[in-house]
Write a protein that binds this ligand. Structure first.
Ligand code: 0O2
Length: 205
């Protein structure tokens, strides 16, 4: 357990401020995009602050001592936002507008779409820094933004239920989940093609 309860509560409060600022900035960026392009790329957005229990488990899983410094440094998804898009191309458009944000600083990019995880997990992750003016000083709070298609989201949520975070899932199940991820990828590509055909058809008529 974290020894200094007051300091932990203060940190959680900062995460609450940070997630509000992040959601507002994303809302502005996405609405601007929608206005300019007359098109809505996002199906839905979810956000959460990681629970203390989940953070403790993750620190243990990664082999770190349970300290506030380790939490701040090594758990970069205490503040997390997930943006679920319609098409694969929308994912990259959203990454692009976030990268151009004047408020958020990009700390890291992880393209698990081009390079899926061993499990088959596919999604684009951005680790961003949110500047927070606290007690007259600017403090940067880390957050993870996961950007994915609806199909990837479907796979990830079921995978989470079936196997993620559990040990000893049969190899067969893992292999089948991987095969499902391949099928999801092919569906996402097919949807892009169908969308393009439909849009050409609209232009010609
Ligand atoms: P939860 O409960 O979803 O929040 P590291 O790479 O060691 O620096 P980390 O945090 O493991 O650190 O980074 P990674 O792997 O880039 O992203 C972690 C998050 O991506 C996970 O958070 C999941 O949300 C998601 N994720 C990664 N791999 C998988 C997978 O195989 N299946 C599913 N369903 N989700 C995955 P948490 O905190 O591990 O879990």
């Amino acid at each position: 357990m974290f020894d200094d309860f007051d300091e932990f509560s203060h940190l959680m409060l900062k995460y609450e401020f940070a997630i509000e600022k992040l959601k507002t900035e994303l809302d502005i960026l996405i609405k601007e995009y929608e206005f300019k392009n007359k098109y809505q790329p996002v199906d839905h957005i979810k956000s959460r602050i990681k629970t203390k229990e989940s953070a403790l488990k993750k620190l243990e899983r990664k082999g770190y001592d349970i300290t506030l410094d380790n939490l701040k440094e090594h758990i970069h998804d205490m503040v997390g936002v997930r943006i679920v898009c319609s098409f694969l191309s929308d994912v990259y458009d959203i990454v692009d507008i976030i990268e151009k944000s004047k408020v958020l600083k990009i700390k890291e990019k992880r393209d698990y779409i081009k390079n899926p995880k061993k499990s088959g997990y596919s999604s684009f992750h951005l680790i961003v820094l949110i500047p927070m003016r606290l007690e007259d000083e600017i403090e940067y709070i880390q957050a993870e933004i996961q950007i994915r298609t609806m199909a990837m989201d479907f796979w990830a949520s079921l995978d989470h239920k079936i196997q993620y975070k559990y040990n000893g899932i049969p190899l067969e199940v893992q292999k089948e989940m991987y095969n499902c991820a391949i099928a999801i990828k092919s569906l996402d590509n097919k949807m892009i093609d169908l969308n393009e055909i439909a849009s050409k058809h609209k232009d010609e008529n």
